[in-house]
Design a protein around this ligand. Structure first.
Ligand SMILES: [Zn+2]
Length: 206
């Protein structure tokens, strides 16, 4: 059995990484890092509660993000608003299968998988699901690796809206789902960052 820093009374500053001794009593809420003055604690305070809150908020916002129109392409004065999924279908039918696949993966598959993984990690800690620490680490790394790609869609919409201004011939307008989708992306990032992976290792030492 390994001894954790927490058991030795040592806490790591989340801002600058400095290790400091913390009094075990009161979980050190009032103590501050001697180097950068950030509040010190053995684990992220209310890590699971915050992660749950952000995850649930992101999950609810997935509904407007997928039901409402995300953008409207108006060409020659005509155009129907598109949701993410109808956009994917249209791209597919227009023989742009590769782009349809990218949009589907970036806008539908990845956000859903990411939220699912965060829920799994939280449940591993809370309910002690029988996942090995190695599996959990792979999942944790995955959500952090994939996080940087989840802005791809918003990036694409913002570029389209800015660039495609061809007067009466074609314009692109973003829809209300874009705001909801942006909120989903940001809240998922917060949910992933609120989760303290060290809680997984603590399961071995309880
Ligand atoms: Zn510090």
């Amino acid at each position: 059995m390994t001894v954790t820093a927490q058991q030795r009374g040592i806490a790591r500053c989340l801002e600058c990484g400095k290790l400091s001794r913390l009094a075990a009593s009161g979980n050190g809420h009032a103590q501050h890092c001697p180097r950068c003055s950030a509040p010190l604690s053995f684990r992220r305070i209310h890590s699971l509660q915050r992660s749950w809150a952000y995850t649930l908020a992101a999950t609810f916002l997935m509904i407007p993000a997928n039901i409402l129109p995300i953008l409207t392409v108006i060409s020659f004065g005509k155009g129907d608003p598109d949701t993410i999924m109808s956009g994917v279908v249209k791209l597919w039918q227009a023989d742009l299968q590769a782009i349809a696949a990218i949009v589907f993966i970036a806008s539908i598959a990845v956000p859903v998988i990411k939220l699912l993984i965060i829920v799994i990690l939280i449940l591993v800690v809370q309910l002690r699901l029988p996942l090995s620490k190695q599996q959990c680490t792979v999942l944790y790394r995955f959500i952090h690796f994939i996080g940087r790609w989840s802005m791809l869609d918003l990036f694409m919409i913002s570029i389209l809206v800015t660039l495609v201004h061809l007067g009466n011939i074609a314009t692109v307008e973003s829809g209300p789902a874009a705001t909801a989708f942006a909120a989903v992306v940001v809240l998922t990032l917060f949910a992933a960052n609120s989760f303290d992976p060290r809680l997984l290792w603590d399961l071995d030492n309880d």
